[in-house]
Write a protein that binds this ligand. Structure first.
Ligand SMILES: *Cc1c(COP(=O)(O)O)cnc(C)c1O
Length: 390
């Protein structure tokens, strides 16, 4: 604990949150606990359930270490880990809805979130209305007496719309609806969901918290009001991530701040460079002055991660393949948040319903990793030459 009364800065908490070396013979890191059975010393202890741990599925010191650290960094009341970001989203949604209920979901959510609503929730009798991510306080007009939850994700997947979370939260809370935010892009370091009115924050820890593309992990952080509802559902669904993956989450978390600072700086440098390229029609990066989301991003966020999008001038499929197939540093693959740069074509036209995606050329999502930006520029420069030659 700090001796001073001033709260410690985020970088300091990142190094110390969730750790208790004295409990582990002085070892700096909480060990990996493997286990199902936890023994009780006496019948009385078993009957009273009078110990911290009872069964592997319900928690271990390794799980607690990461849960406590994430809860503190997000500014929430409690955190529960899940085996993936998507399972964190599914468990959160299932915590608040029953047959006959209605939820509001941003049109720019991560696509598997949408599939969960359209398939599982629909089958359970829960209806979903997708809303324009830029709706802000206008969401009030979509809330009915049956609306239990408003789901936000900011910036949105692929198209990076920045949402006015305080305005959405004010309208939702006025009608008793819970506000959930997918905070994966900004991480708990660059956006504080609870300070902006969210009741639940979800992290695909798979991305920046793990940070090395070597584990799947999710986290649900709740405020006081929502902790018991989410806790029950999480328990009843039996969600427990593997101990190695939890440890990799802890390992990654400790360097989150230095990695993100580099992702922020390199991402902006690449975005600016791309904005000046003749092959590029548009760069979508809320950290760029002139971007539609820049004002809200400046108001609510303290940094940008390394993920953004560009739209190319119209080009044939063959030309695009020529550009992407031979990139040396940018890999083509799903996920992001690791140390390596990625590039991925996307086309939201086929599944969005509340908004229209009207661009003429191919759209690409870029993740700027920790490589030297000069090398990344050279790789894309050669790619643009192949695009032009085709
Ligand atoms: C990747 C991602 C998820 C899902 O996380 P997984 O760990 O892959 O299940 C959820 N939300 C966003 C915004 C994501 O990018």
């Amino acid at each position: 604990m700090s001796k001073s009364k001033d709260p410690q800065k985020p970088d300091t908490r990142l190094a110390h949150a969730g750790r208790d070396p004295a409990r582990f013979d002085g070892f700096v890191n909480t060990p990996i606990y493997r286990g199902s059975t936890v023994l009780y010393p006496t019948l009385q202890c078993l009957e009273d359930n009078a110990q911290d741990y009872s069964y592997g599925r319900l928690g271990t010191p390794t799980v607690d270490a990461l849960q406590n650290a994430i809860a503190e960094l997000e500014g929430g009341h409690a955190t529960l880990l899940t085996p993936s970001g998507l399972s964190a989203i599914a468990a959160t949604l299932l915590s608040f809805v029953s047959s006959g209920d209605h939820i509001l979901v941003s049109d720019s959510v991560y696509r598997p979130t949408r599939r969960f609503c359209d398939n599982v929730l629909k089958r359970l009798g829960v209806t979903t209305t997708y809303y324009d991510p830029l709706i802000a306080g206008g969401i009030a007009g979509l809330i009915t007496d049956k609306t239990k939850l408003v789901f936000t994700e900011s910036p949105g997947s692929q198209t990076f719309e920045v949402q006015d979370i305080p305005a959405i939260a004010e309208a939702a809370h006025a009608r008793g609806a819970v506000v959930v935010m997918d905070n994966t892009w900004a991480t708990p370091l660059y956006f504080k969901p609870f300070a902006h009115g969210a009741d639940v924050s979800v992290q695909a820890a798979t991305k920046y918290i793990v940070g090395h593309a070597d584990a799947m992990l999710g986290a649900i952080t709740t405020n006081k009001k929502t902790t018991s509802m989410v806790g029950r559902t999480h328990d009843e669904l039996g969600l427990c991530p593997g101990p190695e993956d939890v440890y990799l989450g802890l390992r990654g978390l400790r360097s989150l701040s230095v990695r993100l600072a580099r992702h922020h700086e390199s991402g902006l440098a690449m975005a600016e460079w791309l904005a000046a390229r003749p092959e590029v029609e548009r760069v979508i990066h809320p950290g760029l002055p002139g971007d539609a989301g820049h004002g809200l991003w400046q108001r609510d966020f303290t940094g940008a991660s390394g993920l953004f999008a560009i739209v190319l001038k119209p080009a044939s499929h063959d030309a695009l393949a020529g550009m992407l197939d031979d990139l040396a540093l940018f890999g083509m693959g799903y996920s992001w948040g690791g140390y390596e740069s990625l590039i991925l074509p996307f086309d939201p036209r086929t599944y969005r319903s509340a908004t229209r995606w009207e661009v003429k050329g191919p759209a690409l999502r870029l993740h700027i990793g920790l490589e030297d930006v000069d090398d990344l520029k050279a790789d894309l420069d050669a790619g643009f030459a192949r695009l032009a030659a085709a």
